[in-house]
Design a protein around this ligand. Structure first.
Ligand SMILES: [Zn+2]
Length: 222
């Protein structure tokens, strides 16, 4: 077991990063501006992207931090390092190095933005539709897509109970992503698109076969 762990870590940190470029992929660059939500994403080799996507991530983070001192872009699942078409479960489309999930922006009680997030895994804490908002979740589950809110089981735990969803911060982040010309699609749940007043045509509904996107943002490049 110890030997396995040793070789796994050796492979993860020394071997895999050197083979990934053959498949056109590299690790997401970590910095003061860009960070994995937890070490799990790096340890499990779920943090690989194409160079072009890495550049987009760094650009968005740089622009966002310039307006919001000290606030980082926190990423969740990206892609595995090898083979187009090999999906990163449970995200079926994360299979070509062109996709990444990132966290919403949250704030403290006093309104200040924070780098803290409400979920240990980064998924599964939803900004539910209110009574008068369109409820896509109900529609999808009613149509038999039981997996649509499956990530609620993948939260692991709720943490940082004092923080709240920042509509302004998340809106600004989505708009900065949309402004990047390489970005082709952004997924966020329809009721949040309405609530945040997001109008960029790149912001789409992902369909009932995916998972719900009121706990994170997904975006992809061409
Ligand atoms: Zn995604």
């Amino acid at each position: 077991m110890v030997a396995f762990a040793f070789f796994y870590l050796l492979a993860t940190y020394l071997v895999v990063p050197n083979i990934a470029p053959i498949f056109g992929r590299e690790r997401i660059k970590e910095s003061d501006l860009v960070q994995a939500h937890s070490f799990f994403y790096r340890l499990a080799n779920r943090n690989y992207v194409r160079t072009e996507l890495n550049d987009v991530i760094q650009n968005v983070a740089y622009k966002f931090e310039k307006q919001n001192d000290g606030i980082k872009l926190i990423y969740l699942d990206a892609n595995f390092p090898f083979f187009d078409g090999f999906p990163l479960l449970p995200h079926l489309s994360h299979n070509d190095g062109r996709k990444v999930d990132i966290s919403f922006v949250y704030k403290h009680q006093n309104g200040q933005l924070t780098n803290m997030k409400p979920s240990v895994s980064g998924y599964g804490i939803y900004q539910e539709p209110t009574a008068d908002e369109y409820d896509q979740i109900l529609k999808c589950k009613g149509a038999g897509y039981w997996q649509y809110d499956f990530p609620k089981y993948l939260t692991f735990a709720r943490i940082n109970n004092e923080i709240a969803f920042s509509e302004e911060g998340t809106q600004e982040l989505v708009n900065k992503i949309a402004n990047q010309k390489e970005v082709s699609k952004i997924f966020i749940e329809p009721h949040l698109r309405g609530r945040l007043g997001l109008i960029d045509p790149k912001i789409r509904f992902h369909g009932c076969r995916a998972v719900r996107h009121d706990d994170h943002i997904h975006f992809q490049i061409r």
